[in-house]
Design a protein around this ligand. Structure first.
Ligand code: XMP
Length: 476
């Protein structure tokens, strides 16, 4: 029996080339996530319940990547998570939250908490603007039994815009009048939208942000292939999800193809990403099934034990190379998912032909990842959990999301503690900085050039040892 060799990131290095890039800032990291959605940086956060919730998705889209919301919650809550991202930033909020002037301050506070907004427009049933309730009004309101109309800024004192107000005009009005909210009204004083100073600030602060055609941040969401997945997919798309990830451990299977065809019928031309797979044959069949991107990786993840439990998998660099060979012919983008532990691995994954990378553990333990900070031996930690871990199955079962008996669960993932890492932005900056440097070493101004320019060499154990810090005592 001939057994071929398969490689992963640590088995290879990229040969440096003469470079025409004077600085790594000349490297353009724009890429395709799916056939129709592009990213300004090729980084995606994994749909794991300890990695991506709405807070992570907001941070990632602002920096130019995308977060894929996990699906281990009820359908309604899942759709709400999408809405939170979609409402986090937009040029114009088309349907702003409103509150009735006769509600009490207490009720207004509760509503603000529930909707996650800091202030709101005041209007009764006819949608005519009567005032604005701002963050400041709440702070200085004494007595919770007062009515909204008693503490709001009334219509006659408001600065408002109209249907035609542009971004530049809004910016000027905010600077001139030092207000937080600019309601937009038509000639009959009907509310037609809202621009907030926070949104303007975010647009200026995050020029790399990925936005949809309405200026809202983009977000993805995961679905499975059993149970409520069709209803979930429809609700997620309805809430504004830009891409759906059909995510199962073995994506090259009949249940996957069945799900793709049912989802196509249910959600029309929504962008569908399918995975995970690890071979050229699987990539070909997924491309022919009409998906908009494929996700590659069977067992490379930091918390995965699939390869140990099942004996199956494929070292990740070879898996990516094999999938890319076929996906290119169909014009379908490839996502390299799992096993990325250093920025150099991102350069290698993209150099092997992937269009973007998905990371889990790297972003677990950050301020934005779901879960609480725990203390152990005076140090701060957060939990990172494999989607196929026993604890995950247990949690799903308790929440009524899983029918399988726990004694029948064969875990393919583990649960672990990761050190608390602070804001995700710091990590993304390191990763993108490393990628840009790698692009400079290979004379690549774009990701497409990187894919063409990369030449790999295989390393021996000595080469590998030489590649990290060695023969010194490191301080950090
Ligand atoms: P990293 O290495 O970035 O990998 O943490 C994240 C990816 O790991 C996959 N994943 C799993 N794989 N059992 C597995 O075999 C699991 O329990 C599990 N949970 C997550 C997933 O593809 C993710 O994006």
């Amino acid at each position: 029996m001939h057994i071929p060799l398969a490689l992963t990131y640590d088995d290879v290095l990229i040969v440096p080339r003469r470079s025409t890039l004077a600085s790594r800032s000349e490297a353009n990291t724009k890429t395709r996530l799916t056939k129709k959605v592009s990213l300004n940086i090729p980084i995606i956060t994994a749909n794991m319940d300890t990695v991506t919730g709405s807070q992570m998705a907001i941070a990632m889209a602002r920096m130019g990547g995308i977060g894929i919301l996990h699906r281990f919650m009820g359908v309604e809550e899942n759709a709400d998570e999408v809405k939170k991202v979609k409402r986090a930033q937009s040029l114009i909020i088309e349907k702003p939250y409103t509150i009735d002037p006769d509600k009490t301050v207490e009720e207004a506070r509760e509503y603000a908490e529930e909707t996650g907004v800091t202030g709101m427009l005041v209007s009764n049933g006819d949608n005519r603007l009567q005032g604005v309730l701002s963050r400041r009004d709440f702070i200085f309101a004494n007595g919770n039994d007062k009515k909204v109309r008693d503490i709001m800024t009334p219509r006659e004192k408001l600065i408002v815009g109209n249907t035609y107000t542009t971004f530049e005009e809004a910016k000027k009005l905010f600077a001139q009048h030092k207000v937080e909210k600019l309601p937009l009204v038509d000639d009959d004083n009907h509310i037609v939208g809202l621009i907030t100073s926070d949104d303007i600030k975010h647009i200026i602060e995050y020029p790399q942000a990925n936005r949809d055609e309405n200026g809202r941040l983009i977000v993805g969401a995961a679905v499975g292939v059993h149970g409520d997945y069709i209803e979930r997919a429809q609700e997620l798309v309805h809430a504004g999800a830009d891409v759906l990830v059909i995510d199962i451990a073995h994506g090259h299977s009949d249940i996957m193809f069945n799900a793709i065809s049912k989802l196509r019928d249910a959600v029309g031309d929504a962008q569908l990403i399918a995975g995970n797979i690890a071979t050229a044959g699987a990539a070909k069949e997924l491309c022919e099934a009409g998906v908009d991107a494929i996700k590659v990786g069977v067992g490379p993840g930091s918390i995965c034990i699939t390869r140990l439990v099942t004996g199956c998998g494929m070292p990740q660099l070879t898996a990516v190379t094999e999938a890319v060979k076929v996906a290119r012919q169909y014009g379908v983008p490839v996502i390299a998912d799992g096993g990325i532990a250093k920025s150099g691995d991102i350069v290698k994954a993209l150099g092997a032909g992937a269009d973007s990378v998905m990371l889990g553990s790297m972003f677990a333990g950050t301020q934005e990842s779901p879960g609480v900070v725990m203390f152990k031996d005076g140090k701060r930690f957060k939990v990172l959990r494999g989607s196929a871990s026993f604890t995950q199955s247990h949690t799903r079962k308790t929440a009524g999301l899983e029918k399988k008996k726990l004694k029948n669960v064969v875990p393919e993932g583990v649960e672990s503690l990761v050190p608390y890492k602070g804001p995700v932005e710091d990590i993304v900056n390191q990763m993108v900085g490393g990628l840009r440097s790698g692009m400079s070493y290979t004379n690549s101004h774009t990701i497409a050039e990187l894919q063409r320019n990369v030449e790999f060499v295989r390393m021996t154990g000595s080469g590998s040892r030489e590649s990290g810090a060695h023969d010194v005592q490191t301080l950090t």
